[in-house]
Design a protein around this ligand. Sequence first.
Ligand SMILES: Cc1cc2nc3c(=O)[nH]c(=O)nc-3n(C[C@H](O)[C@H](O)[C@H](O)COP(=O)(O)OP(=O)(O)OC[C@H]3O[C@@H](n4cnc5c(N)ncnc54)[C@H](O)[C@@H]3O)c2cc1C
Length: 497
Amino acid sequence: MDKQPIKRVVIAGGGTAGWMAAAAFSKLLGKNLTVSLIESDDIPTVGVGEATIPTLHIFHRLLGINEQEFMAATNATFKLGIKFENWKAQGEDYIHSFGFLGQGCWAAGFQHFWLKGKQKGLVTQIGDYVPEHLACREGRFAVLANQEQNHAYHLDAGLYAQFLRKMAEQHGCKRIEGNIQAVNLNEESGDISSLSLASGELVEGDLFIDCTGFRALLIEQALHTGFEDWSHWLPCDSAVAVQTTAKPNPVPYTRSIARDAGWQWRIPLQNRTGNGLVFCSKYMSDEQAKAALLANVEGETLNEPRVIKYKTGTRRKHWNKNCIAVGLSSGFIEPLESTGIHLFQRAIVRLMLMFPSNGIEQADVDEFNTQSRADVEDIKDFIILHYHQTERTDTPFWRYCKSMPIPDTLTHRMELFAGTGKVFKKAEELFGETSWIQVMLGQGIMPKQYHPIVDMMSDDELQRFLDNIKKNVKRKVSNWPDVNDFIRHYCQTKIAN
Ligand SMILES: Cc1cc2nc3c(=O)[nH]c(=O)nc-3n(C[C@H](O)[C@H](O)[C@H](O)COP(=O)(O)OP(=O)(O)OC[C@H]3O[C@@H](n4cnc5c(N)ncnc54)[C@H](O)[C@@H]3O)c2cc1C
């Protein structure tokens, strides 16, 4: 049988994932395709995905999105990293910043030079050798044409979806308001042929993108693809979120504060602050979580706290038949390192690279699934590291995290670093050496050794080398203006002050 050419793309769901997919497909492939998106005003979006990572630039560049316009439209602020408070031990904190650590050599990364320097008493904290880290602490920021800046955003998820919707509709995406009541399958192939709406309308398509969030209406409820549960490694399964009035002069990083049975986020936008408590329902009830969150917010609350339930894990296949899951329908790791939107964009771009215009090839599907799987596996290990590598034993939750078995791949990374100071990034892995090093050190792993090539330098040379890097970082950052002055000027919207 001839393969069915793909001309009609139907996106089910209009949250962050749905509108990201709609904007990308209509703008970049819209001349060859009809793109429609179905969403229901009766079914709310999750709406709390508000912290991003620097890879969002790649997506925005692809879509020709102007940073100033986007930031003004979404009340965005700059994000240079995440501050982890109470994770290693109560009262201790560290920053996982974007950017790159000092300068290494062909044989050994910068951490080896820093490790010897530490043994000799020649260094200060590792973050003094990363511009973005220092800028987090000093509240400075600039977008400069001649300097590589690693930054991300805190944004209003609802406004971001609206911003992308406008772009998608301008490029021909048809929005259909309606509640999907049935997913109709082709009896012979088992492919999805159409979606039936409550209104009686039938929406037919060749390729369906499931962006229905945790419901996973197409990929799971209709196609029974299966889910791999990771909650034994990532036991938090609930979040409660609330918005508060903006704090004057917000910090350019997300705050992640470990609590008795999970952690709390604080995400500063221009006009308000997003707050949430991620928690494990085995150790904390919804009511306790609401009370714990409300006891730890600053400013006036702007809405009622809302509880969201989830399960960490991944869909066994992200592409099954003629359906691709993008967004929470494909699985969820958890928001600790703000990787959700990044994974959505990876799936969208990957689908474009493998777009089956002349009909679906199983080899494309298999490749897509292999790559998607690798993405989430590596991120999962990185997140587990934060929970497991802790000195905390003060609550049953932390005792569980500290003693739980972890994936062998993570054990290997931790042992390698602890024993030798070495860290290797996999080819397509999201988090690079600087990220792993900052979090492993921050969580309390101090390597026993450094690479012997460092001993080629005398102590004086090492001191000069380290001081020089630190001085350059300081000089660079001291030239950047105050981050909030910069936002006021750059985005031309009002920031609380
Ligand atoms: C607590 C929490 C915090 C998060 N924080 C971050 C973060 O900081 N950074 C980050 O990158 N990611 C984060 N995420 C992940 C993710 O970015 C957001 O949750 C994101 O908003 C989810 O988008 P979505 O489009 O997949 O799902 P949803 O927002 O749930 O959207 C689903 C859409 O499907 C529609 N729909 C569902 N059923 C039907 C139906 N029957 N008929 C018609 N339409 C239907 C709904 O109307 C809606 O439009 C977080 C997730 C959670 C749970």
